[in-house]
Ligand binder design. Structure first.
Ligand SMILES: [Zn+2]
Length: 332
């Protein structure tokens, strides 16, 4: 954590300013505290700084599957490592933000391994990112050293920042995995400055048959994330090879192959995946569907209502990469 970043935090218990209490390890060149603690100037509550990151929660709580997932698969969705533009596409199609945002402050709620953190930083904005899980460590590793990034570990329901200080807030791939989705959305709003903009996406609840994963989730929910990962690691690569062999059969191949429910075995050439990487993508995607404790898709009408009831203006809703994309502005 950069020493100056202490200014942005407030005590979760009493709302007073935090100060740097102790640094047991720091980088004198960059002014980063790597190990130490913050202390509340009012109630004296302390916040440990561990591996560069202030930790405002004692545990990962319901998000521990994501801690496992994003430390295990810390690079597979990061454009700069995969040499593709998958995250970039989703980020700009969802936000419609300009590519240059110098002088602005962006809050990212639920950064995971930092796939969108990288893109927010590339705009030149100052970026503040948090996650409830230890995925925040992966995000820090993947974007480490960025002078304009502050990362911390905290709950979306208790964000230890000053109100009204962000030009933009975004929360992508996160809300459906919170126990109370609408409350998680509402907890982001106080951080917008007047005229500031919030962008979210959330899974959409379908009117027809629920996706296959909702049938499978009850059978695997008792498994620890690591056991589920081992199971997928053991089954998906051979299934991939079998599907690939079946696909080569003339005429019937693709039809027969579609009975193996691991998605397509080929990919858009621009994504640059090798077969080995594609197998990892499939394991990640299955883990991501099956392991989260919470998965609560939402209806378009309800999301519209959240934005209206929050008094936001210039509200836009559309269907996008992750289900529903929604944005709105705090009035000036
Ligand atoms: Zn306090």
């Amino acid at each position: 954590m950069h020493k100056l970043a202490v200014e942005m935090f407030l005590c979760l218990k009493c709302g007073s300013d935090l100060r740097i209490a102790a640094t047991t390890s720091e980088n004198a060149r960059t002014n980063e505290i790597t190990e130490g603690s913050l202390v509340c100037s009012g109630c004296r509550t302390t916040v440990p700084i561990v591996r560069d990151i202030p930790r405002f929660v004692p545990s990962e709580s319901y998000a521990s599957s994501f801690g496992f997932q994003w430390n295990r698969f810390d690079r597979i969705q990061i454009d700069k490592f995969m040499h593709n533009d998958l995250s970039r596409d989703r980020f700009y199609k969802t936000t419609s933000w300009p590519t240059r945002l110098e002088g602005q402050r962006i809050l990212e709620a639920g950064c995971g391994a930092g796939r969108f953190t990288q893109l927010a930083l590339e705009t030149g904005a100052e970026v503040v990112s948090f996650d409830l899980s230890s995925a925040v460590d992966a995000a820090w590793r993947n974007n480490g050293g960025a002078q304009k990034l502050t990362a911390f570990q905290a709950s979306i329901y208790e964000i230890p920042l000053r109100h009204g200080t962000f030009d933009k807030v975004f929360c992508m791939g996160v809300l459906q995995h919170c126990p109370d989705v609408a409350a998680a959305f509402r907890s982001l709003l106080p951080f917008l400055r007047p005229g500031g903009e919030i962008v979210i996406d959330v899974y959409e609840k379908s009117n027809g048959l629920p996706p296959l994963k909702y049938l499978a989730r009850p059978f695997v929910k008792h498994l620890k994330t690591e056991s589920l990962y081992n199971l997928l690691q053991w089954t998906i690569p051979p299934a991939f090879e079998v599907k690939k062999a079946i696909h080569r059969l003339p005429a019937v191949g693709p039809h027969l192959g579609s009975l193996i429910p691991i998605g397509p075995i080929s990919h858009a050439p621009r994504l640059n995946y090798t077969d080995a990487e594609l197998k990892q993508v499939k394991i990640l995607s299955a883990l991501d569907m099956l392991s989260p404790v919470h998965d609560h898709p939402q209806r378009m009408d309800d999301v519209q209502k959240w934005f209206e009831e929050a008094g936001l203006v210039e509200i836009e809703l559309k269907r996008g990469y992750n289900g529903i994309n929604a944005k709105g502005k705090r009035p000036n």
